[in-house]
Unconditional design. Structure first.
Length: 676
């Protein structure tokens, strides 16, 4: 038997939620959160509902009334005005006063109808009605007195005045009654709902991040490759690039690990197990006698240089993202101080990392089944806190899918409670459920399968998946056409059109995107071996010299793309992406819209041959009228075309440009509110 059997309202199907409410829904500061639910009770009594919401650290709940849409479905909206974790619940109750008021209005209607007839049966009914109305008024008065007792201040006094007027009206026994329920009375009563037997749903959560979580443009490079004449570059050299990169539209500069690099089993060029004299090794083989995850490789500089780097970034309006890779070289201080944090083989040696057929003798993975797992967790979370204290607010986390999921949920939650503006990018190219599981447990953004989605069908299917419920509620994609680990087959021929095509797709399909910079802008496409995705002479194992002043650099075009992203709000979000039909499978067409800002993109997926065909536009999505003519201004090539209606011709030559990024100026476009 329940502890309280008088709760007659049922609340079902509360949205939005992720996995039944197990994980937070993700939003951005200033977003409107729309809550829907089915709220109903027995019989014909009226039901009222509201959304209770607050930041997790607040004591008092705020509330907003829910409106009923029909069939017991209701919705309410609230604005998330601070970053951090929010919670909400739905509350429903029997609205006795509204039920009474509606019933009373019906009695008055019967009274009016009865007065129009003269036969005896109706006169008798009229008499019944006139007798019932005073009784109903007395019932209403009692209800208002009861509400006033629970209410303090001026509203209590006003409710008692209304109750007295009801009682006086009943005592007069008039032949005709007007409705005494005024707008003011309804407003006063609504402020003091009778919640004695209200039903509440479980709590649901919303994770609110700053704007950069939704929209960011990343550029990755190795500071050590910036030295003159092949010398080791420094953090100071890296800072000198910031003004140029900021001017090119990048707002997040991401470095591979900057920590001391192990010497034991140090890798040579092209991942050779025999390191040549002077080999710099892999930055992901973290740690030596100079320190571990909270140290800076001396050849890059020191903490004074790092502080100067962050100051320069701030002046340029950009942020620095650090790579956090929870793995150790054999020389890492943890290997000696905490050998139980690693897997010990039967011969007493520590297990190095393997991904058959690949072997990484220079890296020891951590053991998340260690008996000392609590201290391991604390130490790892302290690594983030160390760099946060020094001004870093964005972390790219290496291979998080090879670490325990409970750790990430605990660690990210712990950090964001005290530092809610910190963002985490998950570098997990893994199975879909595992990739999504990391996002649910707190990662702000996620690498994706974009690098391997090439055909029209593959791109359309994948983007539809990640931009539809439930995935879009917790998963924010970050598209990378290349990384130091991934040289996709499409780019291995080094064709300029291929690099342009993938840059356009990444920059316009996703609000978050990035490039492994020098290699991309200079169209580096040499694989280490045929059929593989490793770069020849990979920068992961050696210093490379890049001539970024080359006349054929893609940076001017990338700058144009980034400028379009910053100027057009529709490219700063993903939820309005819509694919339009084409009659040529080598042409893909899609749009994004934010209010009156509309971008229409057409890309050729064939970077060798000319492709042409017809685009069949969904005019209702674009906000265009049938047979309406409209301008399409190509932000890449500069041309302006006039299209008419839904069916329009496209011709793309990869030797010129394999894509159009059209801005459609507002001239008669329907507002999105009108479309809704």
């Amino acid at each position: 038997m329940p502890t309280e059997g008088r709760r007659r309202v049922v609340i079902e199907d509360v949205e939005p939620k992720v996995d039944g409410g197990r994980f937070p829904v993700k939003h951005i500061l200033g977003d409107i959160v729309t809550v829907t639910a089915a709220v109903y009770g027995d019989g014909h009594d009226h039901v009222a509902a509201r959304v209770l919401y607050k930041r997790e650290d607040e004591i008092e709940w705020r509330n907003i009334k829910m409106d009923f849409l029909g069939n017991d479905l209701c919705h309410g909206r609230f604005v998330v005005d601070e970053i951090g974790l929010w919670q909400f619940r739905v509350e429903g109750w029997i609205d006795h006063f509204d039920t009474w008021a509606d019933d009373f209005a019906k009695r008055l209607t019967v009274q009016a109808d009865a007065s129009l007839h003269i036969d005896n049966s109706v006169l008798a009914t009229s008499g019944e009605v006139k007798k019932e109305i005073p009784l109903a008024l007395l019932s209403g008065a009692e209800m208002l007195y009861r509400i006033s007792i629970e209410t303090g201040g001026p509203d209590s006094y006003r409710l008692q005045e209304f109750a007295r007027s009801f009682k006086q009206l009943a005592e007069r026994k008039r032949s005709h009654y007007d409705n005494p329920v005024t707008k003011e009375l309804r407003e006063v009563v609504a402020r003091h709902p009778d919640l004695r037997f209200a039903t509440q749903s479980p709590d649901f959560y919303v994770r609110v991040d700053r704007q950069r979580a939704r929209f960011s443009t990343w550029y990755e490079f190795f500071p050590r490759s910036l030295g003159a004449d092949g010398e080791h570059g420094t953090l100071a050299d890296a800072a000198k690039m910031f003004p140029e990169l900021a001017d090119a539209g990048f707002d997040v500069i991401y470095f591979p690990p900057i920590h001391p690099i192990g010497k034991a089993y140090r890798k040579g060029k092209n991942n050779s197990v025999i390191a040549e004299v002077g080999a710099v090794g892999s930055p992901w083989a973290i740690g030596n006698h100079q320190g571990g995850h909270t140290a800076i490789a001396p050849e890059l500089g020191g903490f004074i240089d790092f502080a100067g780097l962050l100051r320069t970034a701030k002046l340029c309006g950009i942020e620095v993202a650090l790579d956090i890779a929870f793995q150790c070289s054999p020389d890492h201080p943890w290997v000696k101080s905490h050998p139980d944090w690693f897997l010990i083989r039967p011969d007493g040696s520590i297990q190095y990392a393997e991904n058959p057929p690949k072997k990484y003798q220079d890296i020891y993975p951590l053991n998340f089944e260690s008996n000392d797992w609590r201290n391991l967790w604390e130490e790892l979370s302290n690594v983030f806190l160390f760099w946060i204290k020094r001004g870093v607010k964005i972390f790219r986390v290496d291979n998080p899918h090879t670490k325990a999921l409970p750790f990430w949920e605990w660690c990210i939650s712990k950090i964001q409670r005290s530092h809610p503006d910190v963002l985490f990018l998950s570098e997990a190219f893994t199975r879909p459920h595992l990739m999504y599981g990391l996002a649910k447990r707190g990662f702000t953004q996620s690498y994706t399968y974009f690098s391997w989605r090439n055909t029209k069908e593959e791109i359309t299917e994948y983007l539809t998946e990640i931009n539809s419920d439930p995935v879009r509620r917790f998963f924010r994609p970050n598209f990378w056409p290349n990384t130091p680990d991934i040289l996709p087959v499409l780019l291995q021929k080094g064709r300029r059109a291929s690099f342009i095509q993938r840059a356009v797709l990444a920059a316009t399909l996703a609000a978050n995107y990035g490039i492994y910079g020098p290699a991309y802008e200079l169209m580096e496409g040499r694989p280490f071996r045929e059929g593989g995705e490793e770069y020849a002479d990979s920068e992961k194992y050696q210093i490379r010299q890049w001539d970024r002043s080359r006349s054929d650099s893609l940076m001017p075009l990338i700058k144009t793309l980034n400028k379009a992203r910053h100027q057009h709000p529709c490219l700063q979000q993903d939820n309005t992406l819509h694919f339009h039909q084409t009659d040529n499978p080598m042409l893909i067409c899609y749009s994004k819209r934010a209010g009156r800002d509309l971008i229409l993109v057409v890309v050729s997926l064939d970077t060798d041959n000319v492709q042409s065909g017809w685009c069949e536009l969904d005019l209702s999505i674009l906000g265009l009228m049938s047979e309406q003519s409209f301008e399409c201004r190509d932000l890449l090539g500069g041309q302006t075309y006039v299209w008419t209606g839904s069916r329009n011709y496209i011709f793309l030559d990869p030797n010129h440009l394999p894509a159009h990024v059209f801005h459609v100026p507002f001239r008669g476009l329907k507002d999105q509110e009108e479309l809704a």
